[in-house]
Design a protein around this ligand. Structure first.
Ligand code: FES
Length: 208
């Protein structure tokens, strides 16, 4: 059985290779808000398909029933880390205030399905789904929900930070100006099976 890990990215050393190695071993990660202890979630509730179906690129069903506001979990789909974040109502509201500092605030670049080409880049405001791969050179951005941390500056209101070359994304995966990453984070095809279950890699058009 694969290893289970719980990571607090605020405290973690920025070792990119280590993070990727952890991911590739099949770990599921759940992180909480700033200063809040990460919550351990049963590994098998997230990791539904067998290794065989994952290897074949099949859609992945994910139970998000225990994902609390401000927490993010990571699952694997087609060998890629998929970040699933349950945003707080206030963080959704604050997205609009960031537009002026973003490279593509309206998601005009084709980095998401049509149903995610909106102000919050998702099917619903609360649940954000993205491929956890930096659009610069492919590192894994860290989830940094903490506000104004010393290393990211007073204007940081929470988002994703790539430690490789300093790219910054907001909580909708929209890239900020003046960083190396050229585009917003990719949103994979997905849909809700019900209120607590997602399927990644499949939507009304069928499998990706
Ligand atoms: S790979 Fe993310 S900033 Fe370069």
């Amino acid at each position: 059985m694969s290893e289970q890990t719980v990571t607090n990215p605020v405290a973690a050393e920025p070792g990119v290779d280590l993070r990727r190695r952890r991911f590739l071993t099949g770990a599921a990660t759940v992180v909480g808000g700033a200063g809040v202890a990460a919550v351990m979630v049963p590994f098998l509730s997230y990791w539904q398909p067998s290794a065989k179906t994952r290897a074949a690129g099949a859609p992945v069903e994910v139970d998000i029933g225990k994902l609390a506001e401000g927490q993010m979990m990571t699952v694997e789909w087609r060998g890629m880390p998929i970040y699933i974040l349950r945003r707080t109502a206030s963080s959704v509201t604050e997205l609009a205030a960031l537009d002026a500092g973003l490279r593509d605030p309206s998601s005009t670049v084709d980095q998401q399905p049509k149903y995610a080409q909106n102000a919050y880049r998702a099917r619903t405001p609360e649940v954000f789904v993205a491929v956890g791969i930096c659009t610069h050179l492919g590192c894994a951005p860290t989830y940094r929900p903490d506000v104004a941390p010393a290393d990211l500056g007073a204007d940081w209101t929470g988002g994703f930070f790539c430690p490789c070359h300093g790219s910054r994304f907001d909580l909708a995966g929209r890239v900020f100006k003046n960083v190396p990453a050229p585009t917003n984070l990719l949103v994979p095809p997905y849909e809700f099976m019900n209120e607590t279950r997602l399927i990644i890699g499949k939507d009304e058009k069928g499998e990706a």
